[in-house]
Write a protein that binds this ligand. Structure first.
Ligand code: F6R
Ligand code: MG
Ligand code: MG
Length: 367
């Protein structure tokens, strides 16, 4: 069998600088040093460390397969080491996403977000990695639909023989812990019934019709993991590109329409998802608006040739401008929905306290 390579993107917020806005350089340095040790030992083939807002992103290639205990342990130990650096600098929300400090074999369910895929590297293997801050896993539903199922977005679905059969979507019900597969285009309307509700139904992966992995997203929902809100998930998503998969430009095109996602201030507001280059991924206005960065790599025998900062392109200026216009409009709603999330989806709430205080003042309506 041909040699397979695994691409693991594992991320966590282990301390913000300043507040929840950005990443201190010392954390990037610590993570880089840790992963470099593993690369020198030959455990990792290659890696790249970056940040989106307050989230530290470990992009790693190796030959150990997805859900490998030692790869997850390396990510966990790296986040713990970075937590120590954050502690020393008294950064904000130290260790925020590490729900437990003892590793039990798999980092899934411990707080960090995980997206992993294993495949046989093609003659040329362009990889696109999206990383977001101040939003949650369902934020990828709309762009993944457009990339892999919308012919108005992806010209190849209509005019490229290699894409014309369509794709298969794997959708999770994050509340019931169930999954279902849909074939596009045959079952588009069924698919949309579910993924149009991204708080509950999340696109986990997309496959070509011959079963090859095309995209995978992180689907951890911290709120559900912890039983109470402890931070937005700030998800990542890996997409393979070109040939039998959508072109890089088809993968980026959905982000020219800043769609509205849940997150932003206190994880409790709707706002537009702003596509930015890495150096602009510091969500400061009202702790936002939510950001997405996108790094492209050519893979060469598992090595990550890159990154190419794909949103560092003036052709996304209008999307960013539109985000600011939408952000102004949303902000004018203040504490009213639909800017503020519905009561049951807010990360912060004073509702139980206010309810308790007013318990005796509610009167039955006259008949
Ligand atoms: C949103 C986020 C921030 C914080 C806000 C309050 O995901 O991280 O908007 O919720 O800055 O933070 P605390 O409660 O830590 O003061
Ligand atoms: Mg934070
Ligand atoms: Mg974050």
């Amino acid at each position: 069998m041909a040699h397979t390579i695994t691409l693991s993107v594992i991320k966590a917020d282990v301390g913000g600088y300043v507040g929840h806005c950005s990443m201190h350089g010392d954390l990037i340095e610590e993570a880089t040093n840790r992963l470099e040790e593993s690369r020198i030992k030959g455990f990792l083939v290659d890696f790249h460390v970056t940040a989106c807002g307050d989230d530290l992103e470990l992009i790693m290639t190796h030959r150990h397969g997805p859900d490998n205990e030692e790869v997850h342990r390396l990510a966990f130990d790296t986040f713990m080491a970075c937590t120590d650096v954050a502690k020393r600098l008294k950064l904000y929300g130290v260790g925020q996403d590490l729900l437990s400090h003892s590793f039990a074999g798999n980092i899934r369910g411990m707080g960090p977000g995980v997206a992993e895929m294993e495949f046989v590297e093609r003659e040329a293997e362009p990889i696109v990695i999206f990383m977001a801050d101040k939003t949650s896993a369902g934020a990828w539903n709309l762009p993944l639909y457009k990339i892999f199922a919308d012919p108005f977005n992806t010209a190849g679905l209509v005019i490229a023989p290699s894409l014309h059969d369509g794709f298969r979507f794997e959708v999770l019900d994050v509340k019931e812990h169930k999954r279902v597969f849909f074939d596009a285009p045959a079952e588009l309307y069924d698919l949309l019934v579910f993924i149009g509700a991204p708080g509950r139904y999340v696109v986990k992966a997309v496959y070509s019709k011959d079963g090859d992995i095309a995209a995978v997203s992180s689907t951890e929902r911290l709120a559900l993991i912890a039983g109470k809100y402890v931070g937005k998930d700030d998800p990542v998503c890996i997409v393979r590109s070109q040939g039998k998969f959508p072109a890089v430009g088809e993968i980026l095109e959905p982000f020219t329409m800043p769609h509205i996602v849940a997150g932003w201030m206190r994880g409790s507001h709707h706002g537009p998802l702003m596509p930015v280059p890495v150096f602009q991924a510091n969500p400061s206005r009202f702790d936002g608006p939510p950001r997405v960065i996108c790094l492209g790599f050519q893979m060469a025998h598992g090595h990550l040739v890159g990154p190419c900062d794909l949103f560092n392109d003036p052709s996304f200026n209008e999307a960013r401008r539109l985000c600011n216009i939408i952000a102004d409009h949303m902000r004018h709603h203040g504490p009213f929905e639909p800017h503020r999330l519905p009561l049951d989806e807010m990360e912060y709430t004073t509702l139980p306290v206010v309810m308790a205080k007013l318990r005796d003042r509610w009167e039955a309506l006259p008949a």
